[in-house]
Design a protein around this ligand. Structure first.
Ligand code: AMP
Length: 187
């Protein structure tokens, strides 16, 4: 089963992805983690993207799509994908559909975790202390939220017409969100 978790930064996508990973024996595909890894490794990609990431801006579709291709065509992960933070642009959403089709897969469920800006700011401030992420300062958070709203709106509109689209109140407690997702998945 392939699942997309969609929603603004701090909506709880990562937490829910980790729950699903355990429950379904699937793989969390976090583009944010993959990109942060490239920076840590000081790879060519890492050097290109560091300023974008620290500025709260999106990394180029081309770079992200390339990273995704390797994951989607990995036979170990076939039909076991939990997308966390991808796709974030319409171009990425179309690319994802294409890559899945080429690898004889599809998106089974889309979950949109909907959260307001105040809740997100509070949550990310907390996460900053726990995880010490360099892109988690308040200015970056606000920029990331605005970038998200601006760029992902067309993706949301595109997804919301799909029969497997589910909107969930991301302001609920973690366990409540998990239970709603599990109910819809029937697991
Ligand atoms: P996240 O961990 O998902 O909150 O992502 C952290 C940062 O990584 C974002 O603010 C972007 O700079 C970058 N990023 C993550 N996923 C994507 C994506 N699908 N497209 C472009 N940039 C991304």
């Amino acid at each position: 089963m392939n699942i997309i978790l969609f929603g603004p930064p701090g909506a709880g996508k990562g937490t829910q992805a980790k729950n699903l990973e355990k429950k379904l024996n699937n793989f969390q595909i976090s583009t944010g983690d993959m990109l942060r890894d490239e920076i840590k490794k000081e790879s060519e990609i890492g050097k290109k993207i560091i300023n974008y990431m620290n500025d709260g801006k999106f990394v180029d579709d081309e770079i992200v799509n390339k990273l995704m291709k390797n994951v989607i065509f990995d036979p170990k992960k076939k039909n076991k994908l939990i997308f966390d933070g991808y796709p974030r642009t319409l171009e990425q959403a179309k690319n994802l559909e294409l890559l899945l089709k080429e690898s004889d897969q599809k998106v089974d469920f889309i979950f949109f975790l909907n959260v307001d800006k105040d809740t997100i700011v509070q949550r990310i401030e907390k996460r900053k202390i726990i995880e010490k992420r360099s892109d988690d300062d308040l200015n970056t958070i606000l920029k990331r939220y605005d970038t998200y709203m601006l760029t992902t709106k067309p993706v949301l509109e595109y997804f919301s017409t799909k029969p497997n689209f589910n909107e969930i109140d991301g302001g609920l407690k973690i366990a409540e969100i998990t239970s709603k997702i599990n109910n819809i998945l029937g697991v």
